[in-house]
Design a protein around this ligand. Structure first.
Ligand code: HSE
Length: 337
């Protein structure tokens, strides 16, 4: 499978590390033999080679600060602009994992359009294009007879999308709720242990949980973007960010956390999705609430269904390999088809 990767930040590098470290296992168990034929970054250059790029050399170059450090090889093209790189690429699949922009979804949205309209499957870890243009991308994918996959956009690689759209097929889902942001759950958990909000945020950034602009996490917008993606995927609802009540955790102090603890409660950032709407709200929940036990960068989603009652999925909500795995799971599905 020839792959182009747009974005080589935490997530893109995580995917490359997985493909490097599990190459033998992926080939042996699944017959999956990926070849990276193009990579593009926002500020560290682009590379393309229809004969394939070396994953190890890509990681070395990007970790040295720029793809210029990648060695010269036959057939290598440097610094094509990203739209040209996508359109010209021999890739069967484009992976979009550049930083999420929830205001315009750009430049990633144009990359997504170019990928599908030039006949590539599209796998997203980037939430922006789906949160702002889900219907358009679904239509483009249908017109191109290509797959649009986005497991990594909600709860990293924890299979929240697959559970709802594949494993629960035949059930009617009435509602989904849970904890859909790793950064804020990590910060709140650290604050329960006495750490300051700002120190906990710095840790969440160092651990690769936070968005490039972490205000999206702490003010609730990252979770709200995931609510829109779930609303579209589960209910085909056309809710937008403007339709939703959204609050974050940046106003919550250590005193607030201690006051809740004294009352036998915890602060959590709870997302909710129904066929008619969605919300993201910081709220106090009792310690015996199932979501109270979900700590650190772990996330959880509960789907309320007609035939099974409530089905809850708990797992990683953010992180380098955790999100890289979400992309891998989509690539494996596409390869199977
Ligand atoms: N910044 C996001 C989070 C990454 O903390 O949940 C995963 O979408």
């Amino acid at each position: 499978m020839k792959i182009a990767i747009i974005g080589l930040g935490v997530v893109g590098q995580g995917l490359l590390e997985i493909l490097r470290d599990k190459a033998a296992e992926l080939a042996g168990r699944y017959g999956f033999q990926p070849q990276i034929v193009a990579v593009a970054t926002g500020s560290k250059g682009t590379l393309a080679n229809a004969d394939g790029l070396s994953i190890s050399e890509l990681l070395t170059a990007i970790q040295a600060g720029h793809l210029d450090h990648y060695p010269n090889t036959a057939g290598l093209q440097r610094n094509l602009d990203t739209l040209t790189l996508i359109r010209q690429s021999s890739a069967a699949v484009v992976v979009e994992c550049s930083p999420t922009n929830l205001q315009t979804a750009q430049p990633a949205l144009d990359y997504c359009r170019a990928s599908l309209s030039s006949g590539k499957h599209l796998v997203l870890a980037n939430k922006g294009p789906l949160a702002l243009a889900y219907a358009e991308l679904v239509t483009l994918a249908q017109q191109a007879h290509k797959q649009l996959r986005f497991e990594a956009t909600v709860m990293a690689g924890t299979p929240s999308i697959r559970l709802a759209l594949q494993a629960l097929r035949g059930c009617t889902i009435h509602e989904a709720h849970g904890i859909l942001n790793g950064t804020t759950n990590y910060i709140l958990t650290q604050m329960e242990g006495g750490m300051s909000y700002s120190d906990a945020l710095v840790q969440a950034q160092q651990l690769g949980y936070a968005e490039t602009d972490p205000t999206a996490d702490v003010d609730g917008w990252d979770a709200a973007g995931k609510v829109i993606i779930l609303a579209r995927a589960l209910f085909n609802s056309s809710i937008t960010l403007a339709d939703m009540a959204v609050s974050g955790i940046s106003q919550i102090t250590l005193d607030d956390v201690r006051t809740a603890q004294a009352a036998g409660e915890k602060w959590k950032l709870i997302a909710r999705v129904t066929p008619s709407g969605g919300s993201v709200q910081a709220m106090r929940i009792p310690l015996n609430h199932p979501l109270a036990a979900v700590s650190g960068a772990t996330n959880a989603v509960t789907y309320a269904t007609d035939l099974l009652g409530e089905v809850t999925l708990v797992g990683a909500g953010a992180g380098r390999l955790q999100t890289g795995f979400g992309i891998l799971s989509d690539l494996l599905d596409i390869a199977d088809r």
